[in-house]
Design a protein around this ligand. Structure first.
Ligand code: SF4
Length: 101
């Protein structure tokens, strides 16, 4: 067996295994209608928050500047423990928002 063929035979299963592992680690995006998300008034788009119902909301408060948000700066979404470790939108909001220190 030539070395190129051996390389491909070795590499392809490794790539498939890595891809499967990466997918297994990726968290699901939380649904606004998820009972937990609904209970805390979570919205994927903070501008859609009903400010009359949630007076704690103010413009500029978003998941990405919440203490509980585990995404990195610039990420579109990040894990939030409040919604069971699912992904929340960087521009989302919920009534459990706490200013990032
Ligand atoms: S706790 Fe913070 S990061 Fe989690 S959904 Fe609410 S505002 Fe977003």
């Amino acid at each position: 067996m030539n070395s190129r063929r051996q390389f491909i035979i070795t590499l392809v299963p490794a790539a498939v295994a890595l891809s499967a592992a990466t997918h297994a680690l990726a968290a699901d995006k939380v649904d606004e209608n998820d009972p937990t998300a609904k209970a805390i008034g979570y919205k994927n788009d903070a501008t859609k928050v009903d400010a009359a119902k949630y007076p704690g909301y103010a413009k500029g408060k978003v998941c990405s500047n919440c203490m509980l948000y585990q995404g990195k700066a610039g990420d579109a979404a990040g894990v939030c423990p409040i919604v069971g470790g699912k992904l929340v939108a960087a521009g989302g909001w919920c009534s459990a928002w706490v200013k990032k220190a």
